[in-house]
Design a protein around this ligand. Sequence first.
Ligand code: PAN
Ligand code: ZN
Length: 187
Amino acid sequence: VLPVPPMSIRFDQAAGTLSPAGPELTRRMSDLEGLFLDQNAWRTAVADGDPIVYSVVSSLVPEADRELPQSITTIQPGSTGGEFWMTKGHQHPNHQGEIYLGISGRGGLLMFDGTDTRWVDMTPGTIGYIPPGWAHRSVNVGGKPYSFLAVYPGGAGHDYGWVLEYGLGQRVWRQDDGVAFGGYFAE
Ligand code: PAN
Ligand code: ZN
């Protein structure tokens, strides 16, 4: 892992880019297998253009012990089978904390520790805190792209299988007048 010097990092909100830039990734609908409750709606969306659901741009700070990597996630507006578009969600296997800062749009931070579920509304300027041991997923509940900055310990790791197995406690549904929460697993 290459060490990085003290530096500033610019985020161009219109372009959604960081400079200097590190890794970037794009998550399409096909990358979200098994996450939406309505599997038929998910399959239809994959067949119907496989849209980009979210993208993540990272700085050059490496994911290594004692470093503090950052990334900016942008979730597109939309819903599938009535469920708002969201990130895959993960648990940090080493149970380390993380902070998010809302940049633009309207979203939320869904957290689950295996027993309790918490929701934090995220608007520009909101700092959301994820304590150690809480799995987390971000959801765009607005009509425009939702972007936020994440800062996390470089040695935290990302466990996506945890969410497939245990879920996130709640699902976030689009309603005419806003947002509704429901149970995670099908009856
Ligand atoms: C974030 C997430 C990012 C994408 O940087 O990794 O929002 O979500 P998924 O990783 O669940 O696809 C973070 O929480 N890092 O730890
Ligand atoms: Zn995380």
